[in-house]
Design a protein around this ligand. Structure first.
Ligand SMILES: Nc1ncnc2c1ncn2[C@@H]1O[C@H](COP(=O)(O)OP(=O)(O)OP(=O)(O)O)[C@@H](O)[C@H]1O
Ligand SMILES: [Mg+2]
Length: 336
């Protein structure tokens, strides 16, 4: 069942010469209970898209639907949506309990129902013992959970998350990411989650939308996005370090670009000569940065392997079934 759909959605900011086309022909169907992550660089239109779903921005053209109801003209308060922002400002003078119940109070929900829902959400989030505290008495991660609690108590049809983890330190981010995953499994609410962190996107999502300059570059499972990137942009954006892209690969016809991920080379005496430039140890792995003619190359190897010396020549070859080809003009994937 489709829970959330976008039909040729456009967003223009400003008018006339100053007009900026922030979202371009966005088309997507999101299934009930699905967790879809939108990922893309800063300014590509991610927040704009969420804000249009939430009703915080007008939809310039096209339609957004929840189920079979077009929501373009529906008041934000009646869209059955809860949004968690990056800056999830809690009310500082209110307790956690009051913060979590506030939206329900405004909506006229009765006291005992509010209490039931707040306590249930607090239990799910593991913050039951914090209900009497004020936000200043909480850690960053705890505040983040209160912000999620505020969204959960509303029992919405759709959750919208706009970079909710970006204020947390690295360790807490990973922890909270896992919590969100568990929470989603437990509640099963259709979720649209925005991030510019590709690891977050790949680990959280059932399906990922990669956006670039207001457009969808690819909408598919993390596996397909990684194994069959649809465009040069996706190839370069997903994966760290990014895929090697060679404009002058041996065996390529002109106008074709060869992509090979750093982990997809083998060492063989008939391979391409790579002159080692720098070597980085990342713990379990080593990154070998080198030059291949006038192009640069990054190769990822097991750290157990003997490290090459700087200036040494290595002979490497891409693993045949792991090569990706792209059209240099259309920038799209070629199947060959
Ligand atoms: N109110 C506005 N008026 C004019 N232009 C805007 C407005 N809000 C956003 N934009 C522009 O629209 C584009 C998309 O912005 P948006 O905030 O959706 O990007 P984003 O993908 O969320 O980026 P980030 O990762 O930095 O949060 C940007 O070029 C931005 O400058
Ligand atoms: Mg944003």
């Amino acid at each position: 069942m489709t829970a959330l759909s976008f039909r040729n959605v456009q967003k223009y900011y400003g008018r006339d010469a100053g007009r900026h086309h922030a979202v371009r022909g966005f088309e997507a169907d999101i299934s009930a209970g699905e967790l879809v992550v939108i990922v893309g660089p800063s300014g590509c239109g991610k927040s704009t898209l969420l804000r249009m779903v939430a009703g915080l921005e007008d939809i310039s053209e096209g339609q957004i639907m929840i189920g079979d109801r077009v929501i373009n003209e529906i008041d934000p308060s009646r869209r059955d949506i809860a949004m968690v922002f990056q800056n999830y400002a809690l009310y500082p003078h209110m307790t956690v309990r009051a913060n979590m119940g506030y939206a329900l109070k405004i909506a006229g929900v009765n006291k005992s129902e509010i209490q039931t829902r707040v306590e249930a959400a607090a239990q799910i989030l593991g913050i039951s013992e914090l209900l009497a505290r004020k936000p200043r008495e909480l850690s960053g991660g705890q505040r983040q959970r209160v912000a999620m609690g505020r969204a959960i108590v509303r029992q919405p049809k759709v959750f919208l998350f706009d970079e909710p983890l970006s204020n947390l330190d690295a360790k807490l981010r990973v922890h909270t990411r896992l919590e969100i995953q568990k929470l989603h499994r437990r509640l099963g609410v259709t979720t649209l989650f925005v991030t510019h962190d590709q690891v977050e996107a790949m680990t959280l999502a059932h399906r990922v939308i990669v956006m670039h300059a207001g457009e969808i570059e690819q909408f598919d499972t993390p596996e397909v996005i990684y194994n069959k990137p649809a465009s040069l942009f996706v190839a370069g954006f997903i994966g760290s370090p990014p895929m090697n892209l060679f404009a002058h690969a041996p065996g390529a016809s002109s106008g074709q670009i060869l992509g090979v991920r750093p982990e997809h080379f083998e060492f063989t005496s008939e391979g391409w000569p790579v002159i080692v430039d720098t070597v980085e140890l990342l713990g379990a792995e080593r990154l070998i940065h080198g030059n291949l003619g006038d192009e640069t190359i990054v190769i990822r190897v097991d750290a157990q392997q003997v490290a090459p010396t700087i200036g040494q020549t290595l002979y490497v070859k891409p693993i045949a079934e792991r090569m990706h080809w792209f059209d240099a003009h259309t920038k799209k994937r070629l199947e060959r």
